[in-house]
Structure formats: C-alpha cells, structure tokens
Design a protein around this ligand. Structure first.
Ligand SMILES: [Zn+2]
Length: 235
C-alpha cells in the first residue's frame, strides 16, 4: 500500500513537471513569435551598419495616458495605440540630438511634450517611442503617422553634410513601410502635412484648429532623394 502511494505521488509529480515544461516551452515560443517583427527589423538595419538605440525612449507609463487625452481632444479618439498608415519626415533644426523630444513635458501649454518615433543621426537611430504608440511629432496627423526626425540644421545642411543620415532614414523608412504595409505614396514631408489639405495628405485632421500652418521640413529635394532611395530598397 505504501509503495503504491509513493508510486502514485511520483506519477503525479512527473505529470506536473511535464505540464510545466510544456507550458514553459510554449510561452518561450510565443515570446519569440511576438518579438519577431522588431527583432527582424533591427537585424536588417544592423546588417546595413545602422545601430538602433532604445536608451533615450520616453517612459510609456506617463506617455500613454497623456497622448490618449491629446488624441481625444485633437482627433476624437481616446487611444494611445497607433496603427501606422503613413510616415512623416522632418529635420530637427539642430546640429545635434534634440533633447526636447525626450525631456519636454508639454508644448504650447498642452501635454505631452513633443516626441517623434525616431531620431536619425548618421548611422544611429534613436527610438523615442515604439511604432505602435502615438507620437506628438506632426500636428494634424499623429493619429495615423510614424514620425521620423533627421538631425540637421536646415535643408541645405541635410542635403550637403548629412548623407549618412539620409541613407539611414531611407533604410528605416523602407523597413517600416514593409513591416506595416505602408505604400511609398504614404511617405510625406512635414511641409505636405502642414497644408492640412486632405487632397494632399488624406489623413490630416484636427478638431481644435484644422487650419494650415507653416513648415518647410525636410525640404523638397531631400524628400525626392529619400523617396527614390526607398523605392530602390523596396524593389
Ligand atoms: Zn517637422
């Protein structure tokens, strides 16, 4: 009897251990599947010599409720989650990393501060926000757009002195476009978004102030160059 009891307990323990092992293996596999898109994405950029850095990311526990309230006021959608439909390109109007995109708590008297998804500087890509979270990078389109800032003082600086930044940006755009199924026609300049004209950019919307505003970044020649390169990379 005693031996039978011991045998029964041993069997139960073995079954429990087996179930636990199966669960652990399944969760590890699921984790790999879920992590696959971003890992693959970084790999492709890494292979081109581009380093993606997450160390200057915005803390999401404060960002999410603030951008959700912003989205409700400006787009009528109480959401922080982003399903990217287009990509908007900018320059930072600075010669080095724009710390305001990481540190500002508000802009024009409204939270959250300004923040794009990515800042590109040479062979470095800083991810400020993940691509599935809404940014505050381009007035009138933050509910649909991924925003990418290129470190440059102005159009001429970007065109003449920042060739690696242009190339890294084209690679990042191509990568995001294929990941999120965004066609090349949905890659816009901030200048185009600022027209607030749906015939130019179909997604533009703002419930507070729907009027056009002034932006010239990142420059038409730079846009043409990046679009041609992205087209190349997507072939
Ligand atoms: Zn801009």
């Amino acid at each position: 009897m005693r031996i039978q009891t011991i045998f029964l307990i041993a069997c139960r323990q073995a079954t429990a251990a087996l179930v636990l092992t199966v669960l652990l293996v399944a969760s590890a596999l699921l984790g790999q599947i879920c992590a696959a898109p971003s890992t693959r994405s970084f790999l492709r950029l890494n292979q081109a010599g581009i380093q993606v850095d997450l160390s200057r990311s915005r803390p999401l526990q404060t960002w999410k409720p603030q951008i959700q309230a912003y989205s409700m006021r400006h787009y009528g959608e109480a959401r922080w989650h982003l399903v990217p439909r287009c990509i908007v390109l900018h320059y930072t109007a600075s010669s080095s990393f724009p710390w305001n995109l990481v540190q500002s708590g508000n802009f024009a008297g409204e939270a959250p501060g300004l923040a794009s998804h990515y800042v590109v500087d040479g062979l470095k890509v800083w991810q400020i926000l993940p691509p599935t979270v809404r940014s505050r990078g381009a007035y009138g389109i933050n509910h649909r757009a991924l925003n990418i800032e290129m470190v440059a003082l102005d159009q001429a600086d970007l065109a003449r002195n920042r060739k690696k930044t242009l190339e890294s940006t084209a690679r990042l755009v191509a990568d995001l476009a294929s990941r999120f199924k965004i066609p090349l026609e949905e890659v816009y300049s901030h200048e185009e978004v600022a027209t607030m004209d749906p015939s130019c950019v179909p997604w533009v919307l703002d419930l507070v102030n729907p009027g056009p505003y002034d932006k010239i970044d990142p420059g038409r020649a730079n846009m043409a160059k990046i679009r041609a390169r992205v087209d190349d990379l997507l072939q």
